[in-house]
Ligand binder design. Structure first.
Ligand code: ARG
Length: 298
């Protein structure tokens, strides 16, 4: 039976009691060759159709790629596919797991927008090559789930934070919790500009998270504040315009974040994080930034 937690009353554990999990050592990136804004499926894309500077996007992506290599991750690079301009956001098509006995498995997404459904099989092929067990959701039962856009692993712990409301449905988490044997904390998202959980919650390390509070209900905020010792709040400007919460914490120390998040960077530095700033302006036009432009793998 799955364990889905939706309020602090359901909580029967502390983070310290949750089983440890190895940190992923690989990162999957999809080349931005075909990246553009061709349609509008989130509020950030409005007004940006045809507005991507391809060369700038390519440069931004290359910088990110080198940075992952510099911090010691193995980068697995995948060619994009013509006709799938959002495939570069490769956090969205799947949710991988490694079991306690080292078995690798992955749940493939059921994308919300028709425009993105065709990306999933291309990503699945990569998992097949790396001998992951592939799990498909029954699309008649679960019509929406966007992988690591909405389902975030707690840092090195067998616990998932699952966002729902815009791109993933709440019901799917019971099933995922069952398949992975992992408790899931389900958080309702209530502001369409923060349509994926990775736009308003960033797990930085076991004790620390960065959030945009107004994207959550009170129940959700209570859960976040109960399970993280330090919760960094991001301003509306940095969260909405610069996607600060779409940062990535590599090994719980190095924070890769969109350029210009001055306010939150001070708070991160005070807690001992090392900041690496990137320009992802071209990708912000599509409603994405650092976190959703990669997938961490075992
Ligand atoms: N244009 C893409 C979409 O709306 C952006 C996805 C960004 N991904 C994310 N996890 N925030 O689907």
């Amino acid at each position: 039976m799955g364990q889905v937690i939706t309020s602090v009353e359901d909580l029967n554990f502390d983070i310290d009691q949750i089983e440890d999990m190895p940190a992923p050592a690989k990162v999957l990136l999809v080349k931005p060759t075909y990246f553009s804004v061709d349609y509008v499926i989130n509020p950030h894309m409005k007004g940006n159709i045809g507005g991507v500077d391809k060369l700038a996007a390519q440069n931004e992506w290359e910088h990110l790629k080198s940075a992952y290599e510099e911090v010691g991750l193995y980068v697995h690079e995948l060619e994009g596919e013509r006709g799938y301009p959002d495939m570069v956001f490769c956090a969205n098509q799947s949710l991988p797991n490694i079991t306690s006995d080292g078995k690798k498995q992955v749940i493939m997404s059921v994308m919300h927008a028709d425009e993105r459904k065709g990306e999933v099989p291309f990503i699945q092929e990569e998992y097949e090559k790396s001998s992951y067990e592939i799990v498909h959701l029954d699309e008649n039962k679960f019509d929406n789930f966007e992988g690591m856009g909405d389902a975030l692993w707690h840092f090195k712990k067998r616990l998932i934070w699952g966002g729902y409301g815009y791109r993933s449905s709440k019901e799917v988490y019971e099933h995922i919790s069952d398949v992975f044997g992992t408790p899931i904390i389900a958080l309702e998202l209530i502001d369409e500009r923060f349509y994926h959980l990775d736009t308003c919650l960033c797990v930085l390390d076991t004790d620390t998270a960065m959030i945009y509070p107004k994207a959550f209900t009170n129940e959700g905020l209570e859960l976040i504040n109960r399970l993280f010792k330090h919760v960094i709040e991001v301003s509306k400007y940095e969260a909405e315009q610069l996607f600060a919460c779409n940062a990535t914490s590599v090994s719980g120390k190095n924070v890769f974040i969109q350029q210009g998040c001055v306010d939150v960077n001070h708070k991160l530095k005070d807690l001992g994080f090392k900041i690496h700033e990137f320009s992802t302006y071209e990708f912000l036009k599509s409603g994405g930034s650092v976190f959703c432009m990669k997938m961490l793998l075992w």
